[in-house]
Structures are given as C-alpha cells and as structure tokens.
Design a protein around this ligand. Structure first.
Ligand SMILES: [Fe+2]
Ligand SMILES: [Fe+2]
Length: 319
C-alpha cells in the first residue's frame, strides 16, 4: 500500500509493557485530524480499540492491515471533527429512527457514537437513502414513543433495572435451553447453530456479570448525583474518581455484548429459517430476536440517555 509509506510505524512489541498504552495514546494525541499512524503487535490489539474508544471517544478510524497469526498491523487515523449528530443522539431524540437503523443492520446502541456518514462508509451503505427514510419519519405524525429524555434520572435508572435487567434474567434460561437444543438436534445439517449457542452463552455470561455492577455501583451513584443536584448539595468524589470511569467500562461491555449478537445475526443470515426448521428452531430464532431488540433498547437508554445526562450532572455536584 503506497499510502502507508509516509506513515510512521510504532512497533508495540518493542515497548516496555507498562508504557505500551501510554505511548500509543501519546502518539494518537499528537495526530491532527486526517493524520494516521500504524501499530505493529504480536497479538490482536482489540482491547486498545475499546480503551481508545472509551477514553477519546469516537474520533478515530481503526483499520486492520494485517490480522495475524504472527503480526497484527493496524492503521489508526484521527478523524477530522464533523458537525454531524451521532446515531445515538438521533435515536435519543426520536426513537422511531431506531427502526430505520435496525433495518440496515446499523447498531444504534453500541455503535451509536458514530455518525451516519461514518457507518455508511464502513458498511458500504448509501447514506442518502437512509437520510431519506429518516426524513420521511419526521414528516409523519409522531407515534407515542415514551419520552425517556424527560424522565427523572433516578426513575430512569430504576426503570432500566425493573424492565430490562429483569427481562434479561428471565430470558436467559429459556434461551440457553433453546439454543442448546437446536444445536444438538440440527447442528449436523446446520453447523452454524453450534456457533450460535456459543455466542449466546458468551453474551449471557457477560450480561450476568455486567448488570450487578450497574445495580450495585453505577446506578446508586447516579441516583445520589441526581438527588444532590435536586437539593442543591455537593457530593464528595467517589472511590472510582468520576462517573466517566465506570461508564467507560460499561460501554466497553455493551460493545462486547453487541458484537456477540451481531455474530449471531451474521451466522443466521438475519435469522432466516431454513425449510426444515422445527418449532423449537422457530421459537429460538424469534426469542433471540426479541432478546436483541430488548438489549438494543436497554443499552440505548444507558449509553445515549442515562450516562450522558449523569455525566453532565456530576460536573455540577462534585466538590
Ligand atoms: Fe443495564
Ligand atoms: Fe449496561
């Protein structure tokens, strides 16, 4: 690739372990919009991707030039800031837009920090067509979508736990059973079902570890921040420093869960049922789609409404 000739290469394997991430961040921070550098590593640097996304936001492009088995080569480019709203922000303002994004396989919760232009470029979609459909919605009378934006933050946090965390906990046992059963019965003719069951186990395990962290640490603090703001009081800095830290972690975990569900969608060709699909097969696919739907809505409420609002409020109430 001729364009890579002028780009600096950082050989991560040659850096002392504790300095690896700081050095990469330093290189990144020195870039101007439109500039890039390349990292070389001896394993997949995906954790760095999440760290960069968490700490710097969606201001970079991550391209694998080589993906193992011995060398991983990634081009990291800094984007030129665009004045475009992110997909998450668009959905937070009008939830009906979620349907349009879903139709095109655009993830509006985890990948919601990207703009339409960026996602379309990545997925090879036509941005103009999507914009047209979104605009058509704006013209039609608004259906009664709950206005989560106006909700009190403590109430929203409780709602997420009572509706969405409860749903996840109830849905997991049945889905374990269905996905295991179809893998066992139909795995011979449809080997992708074995992979589907594995991905489901991954996402279920991740969520079972993820939700208690929100329930025990993050949400209670968000509620304290909300109360302090209402009473005009100041709060001591929490043990985790600022809300940004646990929020980064939760967003990384959301992204990981989204990746598992995307893998299931790809493996099943968007949940297409084969002709020999039995009743369990059909129920499993329907239930998996319902699970995905619920999780997208759940993560959307956290990533695009609860977290940004809590971060704003925290600035006002921390001592
Ligand atoms: Fe949650
Ligand atoms: Fe979450």
């Amino acid at each position: 690739m001729s364009t890579t000739e002028t780009i600096d290469i950082l050989d991560v394997t040659a850096i002392e372990p504790r300095l690896k991430h700081p050095t990469i961040f330093e290189w990144f921070d020195q870039l101007s919009g439109g500039e890039a550098f390349i990292i070389h590593n001896d394993h997949d640097p995906k954790p760095l991707y999440y760290q960069l996304l968490g700490e710097r936001g969606n201001v970079f492009k991550w391209e694998y030039l080589e993906q193992g088995p011995e060398l991983w080569e990634v081009k990291i480019s800094k984007l030129t800031p665009v004045e475009e709203e992110s997909i998450g922000e668009l959905v937070a303002k009008d939830f009906r837009k979620a349907q349009v994004f879903k139709k095109y396989g655009i993830d509006f919760c985890c990948g919601g920090k990207k703009s339409i232009t960026q996602v379309c470029e990545e997925k090879g979609l036509d941005a103009a067509t999507i914009e047209e459909e979104l605009n058509a919605l704006t013209d039609s009378p608004s259906v009664s979508e709950t206005d989560f934006q106006s909700w009190d933050l403590s109430f929203l946090a409780d709602y997420i736990v009572n509706i969405h965390h409860k749903y996840v906990r109830e849905a997991i046992p049945a889905l374990y059973e269905y996905t295991a059963k179809i893998a066992r019965v139909h795995g011979g003719r449809h080997p992708e079902l074995i992979e589907v069951a594995k991905h489901f186990t991954n996402v279920a395990n991740e969520l079972e570890a993820h939700m208690p962290k929100e329930e025990r640490v993050l949400f209670p603090f968000i509620k304290q921040v909300n109360e302090a703001k209402q009473k005009g009081e100041k709060l001591d800095r929490p043990a985790f420093g600022t809300l940004q830290n646990p929020i980064n972690m939760m967003e990384m975990e959301h992204e990981a869960a989204g990746t598992e569900l995307e893998a299931i969608r790809t493996l099943t060709h968007n949940y297409a049922l084969p002709e020999d699909a039995c009743a369990t097969y059909q129920v499993a696919f329907a239930k998996l789609q319902e699970f995905e739907d619920d999780l997208f809505r759940h993560i959307h409420l956290e990533n695009n409404i609860l977290f940004p609002k809590a971060l704003e409020m925290e600035k006002e109430v921390l001592k």
